[in-house]
Write a new protein. Structure first.
Ligand code: HPA
Length: 250
């Protein structure tokens, strides 16, 4: 790439966020990694005078399902670009009261319910086996910076909560969500893991902005009502509008 200024931050966009508003003069960086193909090109450009990278987790046309995302290749591509800080934007369902539709959350814990995803760089043949500390899965200083940016921008953000990551792509049964609630989950989504752990393996700072698209199955004031994609996308569009405001503060 022509510009060698370090990238201040990378944004990984989830469902509903395929392009970063305000990212100017973006150059597409796209290539295979030792772990295979990323979801698409990383767009590296200027956001309010800072070099920022953006990658659409599901691909820019939302063609990659959560369980098929090559999380290792995505993180590796950003790592190769020199990215040290990642803001992960994830669409989620809300389980507990503070996390109703359109809420913007900055969770502080994770539970991984996924199955069969390639979730470590350690399983490449001959790779050194490392046991990363993951007691606090998100980078505390980056979480604080996001919360401060939200306060500055007048965005109401929910501080803390546990994000349970399910396999998808189907939504959960009510019994599954009831179990997650008993486990202590506040949010449910399909893409929180293994992304956070891979970022930690690569030594990147990483925090999540969780955008609540719907009440999770069996939750909220009308627990018997079916979750519709119209509702999901309308709520996501509203919550996604806060992302550039948060970035400005960061
Ligand atoms: N469950 C899992 N993932 C989601 C949901 C949900 O209810 N809403 C948005 N992403």
């Amino acid at each position: 790439m022509s510009d060698t200024t370090p990238i201040a931050l990378a944004v990984i966009g989830g469902t509903g966020l395929y392009k970063l508003a305000g990212l100017d003069d973006a150059e597409a960086v796209s290539h295979a990694t030792p772990y295979g193909e990323p979801s698409g090109a990383a767009r590296v450009g200027s956001f309010k005078g800072h070099r920022v990278a953006f990658l659409a987790r599901h691909g820019e046309g939302h063609t990659v399902a959560p369980h098929r995302i090559n999380y290792r290749a995505n993180l590796w591509l950003l790592h190769e670009l020199g990215v040290k800080r990642v803001l992960a934007v994830n669409a989620v369902g809300g389980i507990t009261e503070r996390y109703g539709p359109r809420a913007v959350g900055v969770p502080d814990q994770l539970i991984d319910y996924t199955d069969g995803r390639l979730s470590s760089y350690c399983d490449a043949p001959g790779a050194e086996v490392r046991h990363i500390d993951f007691g606090e899965p998100y980078t505390a200083s980056l979480r604080r910076a996001i919360l401060a940016a939200a306060a500055q921008a007048g965005v109401e953000a929910v501080d803390g909560g546990t994000y349970g990551t399910t396999q998808g792509p189907r939504l959960e049964t009510r019994a599954e969500v009831a179990r997650m609630r008993r486990d202590g989950c506040d949010l449910v989504g399909m893409t929180g893991m293994p992304e956070a752990a891979l970022a930690r393996e690569l030594g990147m700072e990483y925090a999540c902005v969780a955008l609540v698209a719907n009440w999770a199955a069996g939750c909220g004031p009308t627990p018997d009502v079916e979750i519709t994609m119209d509702e999901v996308f309308a709520n996501l569009a509203a919550a996604t509008a806060t992302v550039p405001l948060l970035l400005e503060g960061l």
